[in-house]
Design a protein around this ligand. Structure first.
Ligand code: ATP
Ligand code: MG
Length: 358
């Protein structure tokens, strides 16, 4: 069986370091591993509209921002397909057929959707489109026959939902669809990077992000005002690691070599953590170290982003061509699905013959 990846992001803002450790960094590694037959990366504008329908301008203005973030991180359109969701209308048609296979109560049980409904204040009136987005996500994944979906931990319920839809479709109509698997980072800190405010998840919608495009001074400002341990007041106080965002970010980004370069008095992160817990290590010193670690990773991304920004017409063409290519693939899957469902009347020579043979 071919190995195919589909994953993506909502163009609700520029991408942040949570996306980077949760999915983007991995995508680039997978792209360069040469192990996959095809990689599709989708800018999920239609999904973004499900909770931003009153602000299409926000979605529009972030299409190229997200594309720039992709290219800056090292995604290479020579090797993969980057496309825009709404430019592939077949995805909407597939969603429509999948809606028959899912109950309302099953959608309402999805823990990520539940949390997002609460966060957006939709409790009293949930737009149908928003509640439906896990189904639309199942179409996105299956339209490209994806076997692997690299995502952050918040997306696991969506992949589970997709697997259920695939099993149901195949059991009713025949073995047409591919059951995908989620690929989540083995590093717990990367699965759901918290916001700089210590909130459970760094999220564009919560304004607690360090963006890949942030200038060095902005990153430094954000790092220096980050949430740590509120009881660690004096340097001599013992500090807590649980819920301490600065250490979570170090877990996600720091390697032993960083200590040799920037903090040689410690051998590794374990030694730094032990000192912090024992007392005698101030937050400022740890934050300055984190800032240098982040800067080492983010500076080249920021520079590449500026270079691609100068070639924005080329970036636009990448999306246009990628969307055309994605459309051909989704149309092929949809044809197979409609044939399996026996609703391909005008491509099916048996259709009239069956009528005449009644
Ligand atoms: P929004 O608030 O609009 O939903 P978001 O910041 O949650 O935006 P998405 O576009 O929904 O970003 O997510 C894109 C991908 O990035 C998904 O695979 C998601 O799991 C992953 N991701 C998002 N935020 C984080 C995070 N804080 N840590 C790890 N992965 C994340
Ligand atoms: Mg999200």
């Amino acid at each position: 069986m071919k190995k195919i990846i589909l994953t993506g992001d909502r163009p609700t803002g520029r991408l942040h370091i949570g996306h980077y450790v949760g999915s983007l960094r991995r995508r680039v590694e997978l792209q360069n591993s040469g192990e996959y037959d095809h990689i599709y990366i989708m800018i999920a504008d239609a999904q973004a509209l499900t909770d931003n329908f009153e602000h299409p301008e926000k979605v529009r203005s972030n299409i190229l921002e997200v594309a720039l973030d992709y290219l800056a991180c090292g995604l290479d359109p020579e090797k993969i397909t980057i496309f825009v969701q709404s430019a592939v209308p077949e995805l909407t048609e597939i969603t429509f057929y999948y809606m028959n296979l899912v109950t309302l109560s099953r959608l309402q049980r999805n823990p990520t959707v539940k949390a997002e409904i609460q966060m957006r204040g939709f409790e009293t009136s949930i737009p149908v489109g928003f509640l439906n987005y896990p189904i639309s996500q199942a179409s996105d994944i299956t339209a490209f026959k994806a076997t692997t979906v690299p995502v952050g931990e918040d997306q696991l319920p969506m992949i589970e939902q997709t697997r259920e839809i695939v099993r149901k479709f195949n059991s009713i109509y025949g073995d047409v669809l591919t059951e995908p698997e989620a690929l989540v980072s083995s590093n717990i800190a990367c699965q759901r990077l918290p916001g700089t405010d210590g909130k459970a998840k760094m999220s564009k919608s919560l304004c607690n992000c360090i963006y890949l495009a942030d200038e060095a001074d902005e990153v430094q400002k954000k790092v220096m005002s980050m949430y740590t341990d509120p009881d660690h007041i004096k340097v001599t106080d013992p500090g807590k690691l649980e819920g301490n965002t600065v250490f979570t970010y170090l877990d996600a980004f720091c390697r032993d070599e960083h200590f040799a370069s920037y903090l040689p008095e410690y051998e590794n992160l374990d030694a730094l953590k032990a000192h912090y817990q024992a007392g005698g290590l101030g937050d400022v010193k740890v934050k300055k170290f984190l800032n240098r670690v982040l800067e080492e990773e983010l500076a080249p991304i920021r520079e590449r982003r500026k270079e691609y920004e100068k070639r924005i017409e080329w970036v636009y063409e990448v999306l246009r061509k990628g969307s055309e290519e994605a459309r051909r693939e989704a149309a092929d899957t949809l044809d197979g699905m409609k044939a399996a469902m026996k609703i391909n009347y005008f491509e099916d020579s048996d259709f009239l013959r069956d009528w005449n043979a009644r």
